[in-house]
Ligand binder design. Structure first.
Ligand code: NAD
Length: 398
C-alpha cells in the first residue's frame, strides 16, 4: 500500500518541477550576443528495472524521463512485469501520446541486452544487480550511450553505545528484515560498539526469532518469502559460507520444512555474529534476511568498517551525540545516510550510490538531470564579419 503512495509522490514531485527551470541566460559581456544554456531531451531511453519494488523502480525512471521530454522503452523484470504493464495503461489514459511510452517484456539476455546495445537507444537507465550493471556498461560502450546504474548495496548500520537503545534495536531489525532483506538499501551490516554488543545483539536475536513469516494472504505475517527457491538457496549458501569462515550463527540459517513454509521459498531472519569485513557474507550482497554483526571500539574504527565495501548505497548512524552524528555521516562514503533512523526517503532528495553501487542518481533534481542533455545556444543579433581572414594585401598565396 505504501508502495503506491510512494509511486504517486514520485509523479507528483516531478509534476511540481515541470516548468520551473528553463535553463540559464549567460552574460556574455558582448553587446549583441545572447547566450542561453538550455535543456534538451536525451532521446530514446531504455529503462531496465529489477523485480523488487517493480512499480516504484519504474516510476523513478518513467516520471523524470517524460518530464525531460524523452521517449522510452521500459523493460521490467521478467519476474514481476505486471504492474509496469498496468502503468502503460495509466499513462495512455493520462494522455501520453502514442509512441512516447513503450514497454517490452522478456528476459535480460533477450531484451535488456538489445536495449543496451541498440544504436537507436540514447540512454540506458538500469536498476539491478552489480554483475548485470557491468554487462550493460560494456554493451553500451560501443555506441557511447549514456548509462545510469543503480546497483546493489552492502549497507552499514552503525550503532554507538549512547544511542537510544530501543529505537536502535527496533530499527536494526526493520533495516534488514523488512521484505526479507530484498531491498537494495537493507541494513545488512550491524556495526555495533563493543561495550553494548552482547546485550544489543541478544535482544535483536530474541526479537528476530519472533518475526512471523507467511505468504501474501496470511494476515499475521510480518515478512514474506524470497522471490524464488533459487534465490533462497543462494542466500542459504552465503550463510553457510559465513559460518565456514568463522561467523557464529545466532538464529535462522536454515530452510524451513513446516507444511506452511516448506512449500514456499521462505528463509528465516538470520543473525551471524563475530563477522569480519573480509568474509564473503559481509562483502557480497545476499539480498536476503541476513544480518552480519561486527564490533568497534572507536569512532574511526566504526567509519573504517562502514566504508570497507565496494558498494556505497546507504547507511545509518545511531548516536545521541549530535556532533558525532554529523562527523560520522560526513565520513561515510554512501549515497544516503540516516541519522537515528533507517529507510525513509522523499522524492525531492536524490537516491543513488557511491562506488560500485552505481554511477547515477534517481529522484530529486539530479534524477531529472540524468534524462537531459545540456545545450548552449549562442545568438549574435547584429552579425558582421569576424575579420579573422582578411584578404591579403599581397595577393593570393598558395
Ligand atoms: P538483475 O540484475 O538480475 O535484473 C535486473 C534487470 O536487468 C531485469 O529486468 C533483468 O531482466 C535485466 N537483465 C538481466 N541481464 C541483463 C543483461 N545482460 N542486459 C540487460 N538487462 C539484463 O537484478 P534483480 O535480481 O532483478 O534485482 C535485484 C538487484 O537490484 C539487487 O542487487 C538490488 O540491490 C538491486 N536494486 C538496486 C536499487 C537501487 O536503487 N540502487 C533498487 C532496487 C534494486
Amino acid at each position: 500500500e505504501y508502495d503506491i503512495d510512494d509511486v504517486i509522490a514520485c509523479f507528483r514531485y516531478y509534476g511540481s518541477v515541470a516548468g520551473t527551470d528553463a535553463g540559464r541566460v549567460i552574460d556574455t559581456g558582448r553587446p549583441g550576443a545572447i547566450s542561453r544554456v538550455v535543456h534538451a531531451p536525451v532521446g530514446v531511453c531504455g529503462l531496465i528495472t529489477p523485480w523488487n519494488y517493480p512499480l516504484l523502480q519504474a516510476s523513478w525512471k518513467v516520471a523524470p524521463a517524460l518530464l525531460a521530454g524523452n521517449t522510452f522503452v521500459l523493460k521490467p523484470s521478467e519476474l514481476t512485469p505486471s504492474t509496469s504493464i498496468l502503468l502503460m495503461d495509466t499513462l495512455r489514459e493520462a494522455g501520453v501520446p502514442d509512441g512516447v511510452a513503450n514497454l517490452v517484456t522478456g528476459t535480460g539476455p533477450e531484451v535488456g541486452a538489445v536495449l543496451s546495445s541498440d544504436p537507436r537507444v540514447d540512454l540506458v537507465s538500469f536498476t539491478g544487480g552489480l554483475e548485470t550493471g557491468k554487462r550493460i556498461m560494456v554493451a553500451a560502450a560501443e555506441t557511447v550511450k549514456r548509462v545510469a546504474l543503480e546497483l546493489g548495496g552492502k549497507n552499514p548500520n552503525v550503532v554507538f553505545a549512547d544511542a537510544d537503545r530501543e529505537a536502535a534495536i527496533d530499527n536494526a531489525l526493520t533495516a534488514v528484515f523488512l521484505n526479507s532483506g530484498q531491498v537494495c538499501s537493507a541494513g545488512t551490516r550491524l556495526i555495533v560498539e563493543e561495550s553494548i554488543h552482547e546485550e544489543f545483539v541478544a535482544e535483536v536475536v530474541r526479537r528476530a526469532r519472533q518475526i512471523r513469516l507467511g505468504g501474501p494472504f496470511d494476515q499475521e505475517a510480518q515478512t514474506g518469502p524470497l522471490i524464488s527457491t533459487a534465490h533462497r538457496d543462494k542466500v542459504h549458501a552465503y550463510v553457510q559460507a559465513g559460518v565456514a569462515e568463522g561467523a557464529r550463527l545466532l538464529c535462522g540459517g536454515f530452510i524451513p520444512d513446516t507444511p506452511e513454509l516448506g512449500r514456499g521459498s521462505f528463509y528465516p531472519p538470520t543473525v551471524l555474529d563475530g563477522c569480519k569485513t573480509s568474509m564473503r557474507v559481509v562483502q557480497e550482497e545476499s539480498f536476503g534476511p541476513v544480518m552480519t554483526v561486527e564490533t568497534f571500539t572507536t569512532e574511526e574504527e566504526a567509519v573504517r568498517l562502514a566504508n570497507d565495501t565496494v558498494y556505497g548505497l546507504a547507511g545509518a548512524v545511531w548516536t545521541a551525540d549530535a556532533s558525532k552524528a554529523q562527523r560520522v555521516s560526513e565520513a561515510l562514503r554512501h549515497g544516503t545516510v540516516w541519522i537515528n533512523d533507517y529507510h525513509p526517503y522523499v522524492p525531492q532528495a536524490e537516491w543513488g550510490g557511491f562506488g560500485q553501487s552505481g554511477n547515477g542518481r534517481e529522484l530529486g533534481l539530479a534524477g531529472l538531470a540524468e534524462y537531459r542533455e545540456t545545450k548552449h545556444i549562442w545568438q549574435n543579433i547584429s552579425p558582421g564579419p569576424s575579420h579573422w581572414f582578411e584578404p591579403s594585401q599581397a595577393g593570393v598565396q598558395q
